[in-house]
Design a protein around this ligand. Structure first.
Ligand SMILES: *[C@@H]1O[C@H](CO)[C@@H](O)[C@H](O)[C@H]1NC(C)=O
Ligand SMILES: *[C@@H]1O[C@H](CO)[C@@H](O)[C@H](O)[C@H]1NC(C)=O
Ligand SMILES: [Zn+2]
Length: 447
């Protein structure tokens, strides 16, 4: 910076008349160095303060300014907080409703009206939603038709493309409401413009047709997470099954599964560990260079089902020595939340609180599974009810910064970190992964 040297050689410094020219020059130089050191210290201080503000201030909701305290009434406070830091939900199944009810006819789907399940535009607005992942889910193949080795061709890739198509069609049909988003920056921009950031997530390795090339193409189509499994094992990884654990096949990730993680890291596809077996989750956390997510999972200690995350796995997440950054986005499905008939907003808050206790408040978020679950907890019946959960956490002493992390800031941090890892790996010239599923019979074994 040229202007830095200018004032340092001021006329005042020439008053040291008794010094000879050489001494004077040396003094001027040492003074210059001292002043420069002070300026640099100040700049460093400013830098450190800004980093602290960025990391611990009103989080990655860069547009948020906090006009004083929240109202005393928790329900009013929750709404005000969400107006500034809206919900980013990790998993909403609206596209599968479009498929099953309307045969994906975008023209016929009335998102301004009362939709049959939990999601439509009026209720999204009422619930202060700022963004969500549209799950482009298709179900696991029937084992008897596909074959235990996953080698038989299935329609899963076609069907996934159709789900990507219907999600994009609906996003485009309501441009005043939804904004297609493929990056953490996009999400923030959408929210700033009062739109609902709309991202795509693929819910299971079975949707990749055993092919890492398909993963890359999904990324190019805008998909930003892949859940490693759904309720079935696949060529890459073991699933946890459903409510009950199923016997393992690979004992975690398969060799191709490890390669899949490497390619996900390189391209910037979020590694989603919901639905996976505990061993798959452990492998995923250890092998991923980037932070990991659970797009829709709760805590097993609070309710003991295979789909929830056990404490041993939770304790691997964090920013400490040997841990990986990540976020567990809590699922609202009553069957994952509590014993039959007992699921309500307080129980969901228990899951949030438990994860916060074990991992920290910076590692928990929302992954409702709305439209993908048949019933809902009392007080969280649909997307209009998120404020009830925020109010409950306010009653439990969460402050506005912690809650702005929970509603979306924590996810934005994790997403941005995943994008950074991809940038670094690409800058380092990491080559794409070209490994082929070893049971493919349609390609030459060697060349
Ligand atoms: C799709 O929905 C529109 C609007 O309801 C309707 O006019 C059209 O016939 C439908 N198309 C098909 C192929 O069902
Ligand atoms: C593939 O499917 C056919 C029938 O559709 C079945 O006969 C065959 O055994 C399956 N392949 C494997 C490896 O299971
Ligand atoms: Zn799911």
């Amino acid at each position: 910076m040229s202007e830095e040297t200018e004032p340092l050689i001021s006329s005042q410094q020439r008053n040291y008349a008794h010094d000879d020219a050489e001494h004077e020059a040396a003094q001027q130089q040492s003074r210059a160095i001292r002043i420069r050191a002070i300026i640099w210290s100040l700049l460093t201080l400013v830098f450190i303060v800004s980093v602290i503000v960025i990391l611990f201030g009103p989080d990655h909701y860069g547009h948020v300014d906090w006009p004083g305290a929240l109202p005393r009434d928790p329900d009013q406070a929750a709404r005000k907080l969400l107006d500034m830091a809206p919900v980013i939900d990790g998993h909403i199944d609206l596209p599968i409703i479009a498929r099953r009810v309307w045969r994906n006819n975008v023209s016929a789907i009335p998102l301004h009206d009362m939709m049959p399940m939990h999601v439509d535009i009026p209720r999204l607005r009422e619930g202060r939603v700022g963004g969500f992942f549209w799950s482009v889910f298709v179900s696991c193949a029937d084992h008897s038709a596909e074959g235990i080795d996953f080698v038989n061709a299935t329609w899963r890739v076609r069907d996934t493309l159709e789900q990507i198509d219907v999600a994009k069609g609906l996003i485009a049909k309501y441009p005043e409401t939804f904004q297609y988003a493929i990056s953490s920056t996009d999400i923030k921009e959408s929210i700033t413009q009062g739109k609902i950031a709309s991202l795509l997530g693929v819910e299971g390795g079975h949707q990749l047709g055993n092919s890492i090339a398909v993963l890359r193409q999904y990324y190019d189509l805008g998909v930003r997470y892949v859940t490693l499994t759904h309720t079935c094992h696949n060529a890459f990884a073991d699933s946890c099954g459903g409510l009950e654990t199923i016997p393992p096949l690979h004992y975690g990730l398969s060799p191709l599964g490890f390669k899949l993680i490497e390619e996900m890291n390189r391209i910037g596809m979020l590694v989603d560990l919901s639905h996976t077996s505990d061993m798959t989750a452990v492998h995923g956390i250890m092998h991923s260079k980037a932070p990991v997510i659970w797009s829709h999972s709760s805590a097993r200690v609070v309710h003991d089902v295979a789909r929830n995350v056990p404490d041993e796995v939770l304790s691997m997440i964090g920013t400490g020595e040997g841990q990986k950054d990540g976020i567990i986005m809590v699922n609202f499905s009553p069957s994952f939340v509590a014993p039959d008939g007992k699921a309500d907003v307080k129980k969901v808050a228990d899951h949030v609180q438990h994860i916060a206790n074990v991992v920290g408040k910076k590692h928990v978020g929302i992954g409702s599974d709305f439209d993908g679950i048949l019933d809902t907890p009392k007080g969280l019946e649909d997307v209009s009810k998120y404020p009830n959960l925020i109010a409950e956490l306010l009653r439990r002493g969460w402050d506005k910064y912690e809650l702005a992390g929970f509603t979306g800031g924590n996810f934005l941090r994790v997403f941005a970190a995943v994008e950074d890892v991809a940038r670094q790996l690409q800058a380092a010239g990491t080559p794409p992964v070209y490994d082929i599923y070893r049971k493919r019979g349609d390609l030459p074994q060697r060349y």
